[in-house]
Design a protein around this ligand. Structure first.
Ligand SMILES: Cc1cc2nc3c(=O)[nH]c(=O)nc-3n(C[C@H](O)[C@H](O)[C@H](O)COP(=O)(O)OP(=O)(O)OC[C@H]3O[C@@H](n4cnc5c(N)ncnc54)[C@H](O)[C@@H]3O)c2cc1C
Length: 386
């Protein structure tokens, strides 16, 4: 269904045409089998959609964040889950912004054509969680190599990636002036790493999201795989967050519209007490209210995109868009499930699958409290709480 705030109709139409080859049953079967949607991700890659943000000089399509976000939105709006492939769209940003010319030439064209998958980014650790500057994984320089030891958790899509961005501490916390200093990022070539110092252990989770624990035991990485300057890795990771937050917001918007459309359709068709359930305001009003929430969040998502694409600062808007969109999608998910009554729990309606999938975004890649802290501190000038 078309909605009032829709922009970029040509992109929408083209992505929808591709998604039409992967109907609900495809994603349902993948979910049931806890499998990876390889056929779908291959089709998106071959069509060039995941290379939207890579400049044309490196073989990408050089689109703005607004267009890229529409691609992600449409995937979710068509019933799919961008979580299987969004890393390929935005993880390359660290290489693009902070990599050397040699690294950009080595990696970006392959990422653009899909022969190199950079689906994974390893930041989170089990003992430190959101308090990233306290991370314990170390990378110690020895000659022309860095030797990595430590552990990561929730690192997604490692089994469907050739490369992984790794954040590790290169200078001990006690030796840096600020806790945000002394961390560095590296490109890990996974084939050279798995079984040779890197062990990957999948985590079975509520969503069919391929994610893992990683154990580093003297993993050696060539020194030339350091991205940018040693010690500035945390800043480099932060630089990529606005794009990531905004793209995730768009995915939530896509989910939100999917839930609203399904709820409205079902409410119009399901006859109970001799009339469509949607005739009852107790059924119709929550759908209308959830729709308003998605529409409002969508405006903030496009505001964040427009600021980003005009190179203006957009930290507040990107965070607000992610937060509002994740909440609006979750509200729409609840309403959609309730509207379907018992059938909402049946796998064949796909509501329960999308319900699980959209819930993730209130926690990852950043949890709601941390967005609220950001706005309180950086926008409202309230004292820092941690
Ligand atoms: C399916 C999935 C995929 C993921 N993929 C990746 C990935 O590819 N790469 C990666 O690096 N990470 C990934 N993550 C990790 C994700 O980014 C983290 O789970 C998320 O940032 C929250 O961190 P945590 O789980 O350690 O929670 P914690 O930091 O332990 O926080 C737990 C709860 O306490 C709250 N909290 C903590 N501190 C405060 C505070 N000071 N004030 C108020 N509330 C607070 C949080 O908001 C949260 O609700 C993934 C997670 C999941 C579930």
């Amino acid at each position: 269904m078309e909605h009032r705030t829709d922009r970029y109709p040509e992109i929408r139409e083209a992505v929808r045409a591709l998604c039409a080859n992967f109907p609900d049953a495809y994603f349902r079967e993948i979910d049931e089998a806890r499998a990876y949607p390889e056929g779908f991700v291959d089709a998106l890659t071959k069509a060039g959609w995941l290379a939207a943000l890579i400049p044309q000089d490196y073989g990408g399509s050089g689109l703005g964040l607004a267009e890229a976000s529409v691609i992600m939105e449409e995937i979710n709006r068509c019933g799919g889950n961008s979580g299987a492939c969004h890393g390929q769209m935005y993880n390359m940003g660290t290489v693009l912004r902070h990599g050397s010319d040699a690294q950009k030439k080595k990696y970006l064209p392959g990422i653009a054509e899909g022969s190199l998958r950079l689906q994974s980014m390893a930041v989170t650790e089990p003992t430190t969680g959101t308090d990233t500057t306290q991370l314990k994984t170390t990378a110690v320089k020895k000659g022309d190599r860095y030797v990595v030891n430590g552990q990561k958790v929730w690192i997604s899509r490692v089994q469907h990636s050739d490369l992984m961005i790794l954040l590790a501490r290169t200078t001990a916390l006690a030796e840096v002036k600020r806790k945000s200093e002394g961390m560095s990022i590296f490109i890990v070539e996974l084939e050279q790493a798995i079984g040779k110092g890197l062990t990957v252990r999948p985590i079975r989770n509520m969503v069919n999201h391929e994610t893992n624990e990683l154990f580093f035991d003297n993993l050696e990485i060539p020194a030339e795989n350091l991205i940018g300057e040693e010690g500035r890795g945390f800043k480099y990771i932060l630089d990529g967050l606005n794009a990531e937050r905004t793209l995730i917001a768009a995915e939530c918007i896509g989910d939100g519209y999917w839930f609203i459309d399904r709820a409205a359709k079902y409410a119009g068709e399901r006859i109970v007490f001799g009339r469509p359930i949607g005739k009852n305001q107790g059924v119709a009003f929550p759908i209308a209210e959830a729709y308003m929430g998605v529409e409002a969040a969508n405006l903030m998502r496009f505001k964040a995109c427009d600021l980003f694409d005009s190179h203006a600062s957009c930290g507040a808007e990107a965070n607000m868009a992610k937060h509002l969109a994740a909440k609006a999608a979750w509200e729409a998910a609840n309403v959609c499930l309730q509207t379907h009554g018992g059938f909402g729990f049946a796998a064949e309606y796909d509501v329960e699958r999308k319900f699980r999938e959209t819930r993730l975004y209130l926690v990852a890649p950043i949890s709601t409290n941390l967005v609220l802290s950001y706005i309180a501190e950086h926008v409202l000038g309230l004292p820092r709480s941690f």
